[in-house]
Design a protein around this ligand. Structure first.
Ligand code: ARG
Length: 269
């Protein structure tokens, strides 16, 4: 986040991957297109006011974790991303069921309540979570959050990250939802990569490390707040990293189990 590019966020989200060392294999560099119908819990956060109408005004991802409850990253609702405090964004919308941001499929709902973690630390990136209560039920299946101790968090597990963010690391934001396969990595990998710098500090209790040892597949700007999924359960939210898809700099996710108290307190069901 802070690191690379809030500026490009003005443009928006998307997913995955950059290229550095990876071969020019579409699935490696950019992930692959996916249907929202197959991952109905992936949502986009949008504001035409702040980000324009092209791409539906998308600026971050989010995840439906209850009938009327969406989780996202706290930094998505920061002034750095929005340009103004979130309370001043008059048309914050949650876009549900829209594969292609250039179209009008699915629905756009308002948030009846927004909780942004007041303990989010923009220096370390710890506590990067927010809970949005929808004005009415989304009418789509929610995803279950993997509880602490779930085998889904084990290093070596294959996971999938979803988003409409940057597909190149250079500001090419996707219009169609994409996903990429990454692996849950040992905490020690991110602890070594991110001991503490302007990009953030890896905190294993509340963050999850995932990527590819050689780089290639990853989330990127605009994917923030979106889901990292293992076996149909949510294990993380896209949060931060140095660059995108670079060897030695995996993606860092908000550990989904750390969301549970906030979801039961601030969610709707
Ligand atoms: N902070 C970015 C966003 O706001 C997400 C960055 C994720 N980076 C990564 N290399 N996994 O969209």
């Amino acid at each position: 986040m802070r690191s690379t590019s809030y500026a490009t966020l003005g443009a928006f989200v998307l997913v995955l991957a950059v290229p550095t060392s990876a071969a020019a294999d579409g699935s490696v560099i950019g992930g692959n297109p996916v249907r929202v119908s197959e991952s109905p819990w992936v949502v986009a956060l949008a504001s035409h006011d702040r980000f324009g109408t092209e791409r539906s005004g998308q600026f971050c991802g989010g995840v439906l974790v209850g009938r009327s409850t969406v989780v996202t990253a706290a930094h998505c609702l920061s002034k750095e991303v929005l340009g103004v405090p979130w309370q001043q964004v008059r048309d914050l919308r949650i876009v549900i069921g829209r594969d292609n941001l250039a179209g009008r499929g699915g629905q756009e709902l308002k948030a009846a309540n927004v909780w942004v973690n007041p303990r989010y630390d923009s220096w370390t990136n710890e506590g990067d979570m927010a809970v949005l209560r929808l004005e009415k039920p989304a009418g789509r299946p929610a995803i279950q959050i993997a509880g602490r101790g779930d085998a889904a968090y084990r290093p070596g597990t294959g996971a999938t990250v979803y988003g409409w963010g940057d597909t190149t690391g250079e500001g090419s934001y996707a219009t169609a939802l994409r996903s990429a396969g990454v692996n849950v990595l040992e905490d020690s990998v991110c602890a070594g990569a991110y001991p503490g710098s302007a990009d953030g500090t890896y905190k294993p209790a509340s963050m999850l490390c995932a990527g590819e040892p050689r780089g290639g597949r990853d989330a990127c700007q605009g994917d923030s707040g979106g889901p990292l999924v293992v076996g149909g359960r949510l294990v993380g939210l896209v949060s931060w990293g140095t660059g995108c898809g670079q060897a030695g700099h995996p993606g860092v996710y908000t550990r989904a189990s750390a969301l549970l108290p906030a979801v039961s307190q601030h969610g709707a069901d």
